[in-house]
Design a binder for this molecule. Sequence first.
Ligand SMILES: Nc1ncnc2c1ncn2[C@@H]1O[C@H](COP(=O)(O)OP(=O)(O)O)[C@@H](O)[C@H]1O
Ligand SMILES: [Mg+2]
Length: 336
Amino acid sequence: MSYLDFYGLKTEPFSNAPNERFYYNSAQHAKALTRMMYVAETMRGLAVVIGDIGTGKTTLARKMLDNLPVEAYESALLIILHSEISPEWLLQKIATQLGVERPAKERIQVIGQLYRRLLHLHEIGKKAVVLIDEAQMLNSKELMEEFRGLLNLEVTAHKLITFIFFGLPEIEENFNLDPPLLQRVSMKIRLSTLTEEATSAYIVHRLAVAGLRDPVFSDEAMKHIYKYSTGFPRKINILCDNALFQGFLMRERTIDMNIVEEMASDLGFRAEGMITPPETAVDLPTVDWVQESGGIESPAESDFRDVVMDQSDGVDESEDLEERFEEFFKDTFSDE
Ligand SMILES: Nc1ncnc2c1ncn2[C@@H]1O[C@H](COP(=O)(O)OP(=O)(O)O)[C@@H](O)[C@H]1O
Ligand SMILES: [Mg+2]
């Protein structure tokens, strides 16, 4: 048995693998998307999305790519894997992605091919938009100048290409390598962490997408998830995933704050900058489970109950955690 069966989930709710289905349109992600779409629509040249690790940049880049209709846009998503790339490699990649069939090896020739391709796209009324993830790795003057060159390509005062960079905060330093490029940044979008309310809504949303509508984390547990993840989606995922697994080992239907606290401590997540509210503080608004997860199909309630009851029948409360853990691993990883 896995925790999926135990909690009646159809699929892992907190996987860190990118998956469009789990996209949660938080206020800040929604705002970022709207602004990026505006940049693409109006061909504003260059926009930058800046955020720490795990704030949702890659998620947004993919979402943006999905949002650009193919009839109107020639779009591409380029991921920079290391900082040793050459201008030729970069230009060839961009050219290939935008439909240049056989990009030349020579820099000048690729630029020529790219220019002709961009003119053609412009003539047929399509906008060329290139999203660049991990753009903080573009940390050489040479590369920055290449972008500036491409952004200079125009026809009758129309820019021919738009770039959206997604990068860590240090990306700001890269722009200092080429101040004229910095001047071409038409929009900067900063992603911060999720608020406490958004964190709860995010958790509820992901659970609902995975097939579970009933609350599994207590309100206190939710507060602790926020406290220890400090609203970073990636950390929320890891913490929730660990807590669900631990809850399953302990055969706890509801995950309480102690489980969250224990997992946070195991993971080395520290509650930073968190001011613990005094005991007398007014309760924070609780999440409306049904409303927040609206629009997502969940399994029929009866299906869900059946799963839960079947599983709980077999639970032997005297079993200790170690044994369950071993049993779990045997079930999951043995070859037989
Ligand atoms: N808006 C969102 N909706 C759903 N999941 C998200 C969202 N933002 C981030 N995540 C999740 O958080 C994790 C980290 O996000 P990611 O986009 O990889 O961050 P970054 O690229 O900024 O490091 C991913 O597993 C992703 O699924
Ligand atoms: Mg990323």
